[in-house]
Ligand binder design. Structure first.
Ligand code: CA
Length: 224
């Protein structure tokens, strides 16, 4: 799961990032409404956590703009106790859930998983490319109709590559995505994951290949 946290309190944002990464959820932080528009990528992000009290605008206005621009991913609003009366207006602006500060981290993680599983236009999409079909919601990979088993890291790497086929994904991006806080990971371990993934694709006679751009990263494309 790839999440964006839009929260201007840097210590709270860092704590949330750390705890979510520990739970295997990849997080990109944004600290203002303006930054949120730069960071949020509809191809990549599954759920947005959006604080109401941002320095440059109300989180609800960020939400309205996202919905107007056709962004359909679930949005969880963070709201202070004294803004609670506004929770209905939050849900009317297109939020899918809200959480009142202060909250337990376990609660936030549970809500994110519930939102991620909730069928919606954005997350129910199957990634189909070549003779491969990957369904991120139930982690199912089929090549030529045959199921192929992947480890969590292989799955995450494949999903990231498939979301932007024929476009380079940086090695450092993969590294920070696959290895969160407190987990040992190096560029070398990314290579190992890609190596195993390649072998599984090859063994299943996949007509796609993962190409290495030395010193830059990887891309997935159809074989010539
Ligand atoms: Ca705030």
């Amino acid at each position: 799961m790839n999440v964006v946290i839009v929260e201007d309190q840097k210590d709270l944002s860092a704590l949330i990032c750390q705890q979510l990464e520990k739970a295997g959820i990849h997080v990109s932080p944004a600290y203002t409404g303006e930054e949120a528009f730069e960071v949020i990528d509809p191809e990549l992000h599954d759920v947005i956590i959006l604080d109401r009290g941002l320095p440059d605008m109300d989180g609800l206005d960020v939400l309205k703009s996202l919905r107007q621009d056709g962004f359909k991913m679930p949005v969880l609003i963070l709201t202070a106790m004294d803004e609670l009366g506004d929770k209905i207006s939050g849900l009317n602006s297109g939020a899918d859930d809200y959480l009142v500060k202060p909250f337990e981290m376990e609660e936030l993680i549970a809500r994110l998983h519930a939102l991620y599983r909730r069928p919606s236009e954005t997350i129910n999409v199957k990634l189909e490319y070549g003779n491969l079909v990957f369904s991120p919601t139930n982690n199912e990979l089929r090549i030529n109709g045959e199921a192929v088993q992947l480890t969590v890291k292989e799955k995450d790497a494949l999903e990231r590559l498939l979301r932007l086929p024929e476009r380079v994904v940086g090695k450092d991006t993969l590294q920070s995505m696959l290895y969160g806080y407190g987990e040992e990971g190096s560029q070398n371990s990314v290579e190992v994951v890609i190596h195993r993934l390649r072998k599984k694709l090859k063994d299943a006679q996949c007509n796609l290949e993962i190409k290495t751009l030395r010193g830059i990263g990887y891309l997935i494309r159809e074989k010539d």
